[in-house]
Design a protein around this ligand. Sequence first.
Ligand SMILES: Cc1ncc(COP(=O)(O)O)c(C=O)c1O
Length: 390
Amino acid sequence: MSHLMNTYSRLPVAFSHGSGTWLFDAHGRRYLDALAGIAVSTLGHGHPRLVRAIADQAARLIHTSNLYKVTEQEHLADRLADIAGMDEVFFCNSGCEANEAAIKLARMYGHAQGIDVPNIIVMDKAFHGRTLATLSATGNRKVQAGFEPLVSGFVRVPFDDLAAVEHVVQNNRSVVGVLVEPIQGEGGINIAHEAYLQGLRRICDEQGWLLMVDEVQCGIGRTGKWFAHQHSGIRADVMTLAKGLGSGVPIGACLAAGKASGVFKPGNHGSTFGGSPLATTAALTTLAVIEEDGLMPRAHALGESIRGSLRRALEGTPGVVSIRGDGLMIGIELDRPCSALVEHALHRGLLINVTAERVVRLLPPLVFSDADASHLVETLSPLIREFLAQ
Ligand SMILES: Cc1ncc(COP(=O)(O)O)c(C=O)c1O
């Protein structure tokens, strides 16, 4: 009997090691990793430069405390502020913590303006994490059920629907911000239109609200730009990051700009582990490799090509609703629940995921090769066809 708390239905495999885009089990079987630990292993497995940087840093210093200056943390804050065009960064360890920081920041921003019960607009099908505040912001009842009372102060609207936000403008004087994923990951790879994000920017400017983008899954080069919202040419007031930032070493970040900066003062927020020398070194190295190896344009082009190949391979297959995505964030929506496909793929040595019940989700490492992409399409397409023909 396992002593693990029963929080995950796990697949019947354990990996012993990884190399590049492949994972290996104890029996020597290999698996092409088209999921990257859910958008985490940006540089794949065992990337020599990352391994060396982590090992060197571990030998020098793993942890001190935020009671002291942390040089690597300051460097990473400078780098993130530069690529995001933002002013300040708070470091934590995960996506939900980054969003908790954003929610706290928005509330404090609202109180400073005399709004006693600050509200944040959130979206249907959103996913922001599993702490009490972030599951309350999440637009999925399954994530919330059993944890009531939920945290109040969230107003939910349909995703990618500007009129719905305009309606809130007319009816709610307590809104302080909007929290949105530029591409909803857990919700099924739903892409916000550029005009929608630009419209949110305009409304937030007009109303004095904070535009807060959750880039935990779609950020860090995956869509061909550092951050997915940058495709629409807007700057956010608050942005949250985690997952791929440390390429597997836990790290989260909440960035603020303009009117959202300077809100937190010493004592308002904190994290024991946040921004350790080890985690920030992993993130600095991840960002350096993405840039120096041209992984962003590569993610964009490879994603286009994978979607094109999937469309050709699945053309005319009844039951395929849509093949969509941006860069290496890809969803194949079917007309029926298809979580069984995950285990079928596993048996053929391919790691994929299904989200929102009917969407096959691919989030490969940014170091995916052309040969990996062909192998992925050649393995997955017949599996989907066989599944739909049953
Ligand atoms: C968009 C988004 N935000 C937040 C989270 C929560 O991140 P974590 O699991 O690191 O708390 C996730 C995780 O899937 C996510 O996809």
